[in-house]
Design a protein around this ligand. Structure first.
Ligand code: DHB
Length: 301
């Protein structure tokens, strides 16, 4: 039973993908995750210059999810290209995530990275840094424009990662499609915060963080369900996937692939194989040939 999938021209050996932000800044960790069974891996978001990020505390464990506020730390473009060269020499399916302050910076990053990755994921939706480039994900015409410009610069497919808490996810997803995106990732984390009642101050250095994990799942799932109604390009589901059942919910809602991030903290890297095994078993037991036959089935009446 095969569970390989395609996202436009991208062929993946299975639908599980390492989400950006987890184990994504070194060649060794990206290779390790791919070897543990992921169908592809996404790097931590990269900027042109190295970025230190926020001071601790940078994460709060709520029990029902995490709020993290790293401040997009990364070693910068040149260092990441060196890491990506190693990753690609090991035949890993690699997506490079990028963030920037404006369209020109996004284009620059894309033009420099396009030879070292299989796809680029535009982070237009980080909730922890106030920056025009990261707010673009909330405004449809900006999503369309940045996507179009980056697509014109890149030889590899462009994936657009959108935020969850927006008025009309359909309009944003369609804007990405109209701009030429090959897929959208739904969704990034949700802007969130935590206040310490004793110090009477926000706990996180960056004040706002991104809510991920279990609490995010029903919200992101609804975004996938909604966007599937209007999109022609594939959706990558992301948010609180801990089990094959979670993954399958996203697939039934309309996702062709899914990303896993927070769950790695408690489930370990075995989660990729575990989810693939569960999906394979489900397909077999229900006499379904391929994952494609399940995508969006929850929309049927
Ligand atoms: C950070 C970036 C993200 O895209 C996100 O969803 C959460 C946190 C960060 O680095 O702060």
């Amino acid at each position: 039973m095969s569970i390989n999938i395609s996202l436009g021209t991208l062929a993946l050996r299975n639908p599980t993908i390492l989400a950006s932000g987890v184990l994504g800044t070194t060649a060794s960790s990206l290779i390790r995750v791919y070897k543990s069974g992921a169908g592809a891996v996404v790097s931590k978001s990269i900027s042109i210059k190295p970025n230190e990020g926020y001071k601790t505390p940078v994460i709060v464990d709520l029990g029902y999810g995490y709020i993290n506020s790293m401040g997009l730390p990364n070693p910068g473009l040149d260092e990441m290209i060196a890491e990506f060269k190693i990753v690609k020499s090991r035949k890993v399916k690699l997506f490079g995530s990028i963030f920037a302050s404006d369209i020109d910076e996004f284009k620059y990053l894309a033009s420099k990275l396009t030879d070292y990755v299989d796809a680029l994921e535009l982070n237009l939706s980080c909730p922890t840094k106030i920056d025009v480039g990261l707010e673009m994900g909330k405004i449809p015409w900006m999503v369309e424009e940045v996507t179009r410009e980056v697509c014109n610069t890149s030889k590899v497919p462009i994936i657009v990662k959108l935020p969850p808490l927006v008025t009309l996810i359909n309009d944003l997803a369609l804007a990405a499609e109209d701009g030429g995106a090959s897929a959208v990732t739904l969704t990034n984390t949700a802007k969130a915060m935590k206040i310490d009642v004793f110090s009477k101050k926000p706990i996180l250095q960056g004040v706002y963080g991104g809510l991920s994990g279990k609490a995010l799942k029903p919200i992101s799932l609804a975004c996938v369900f909604e966007a599937y109604k209007v999109l022609s390009i594939p959706i990558i589901g992301c948010g609180g996937i801990y089990s094959w059942e979670d993954a399958l919910e996203y697939i039934l809602a309309g996702a062709k692939a899914i990303q896993i991030g927070s769950a790695i903290a408690t489930e370990g890297l075995g989660i990729f194989k575990k989810i693939c095994f569960g999906i394979k078993k489900y397909l077999k037991e229900n006499s379904i040939n391929k994952i494609d036959d399940l995508v969006g089935i929850a929309h049927r009446r």
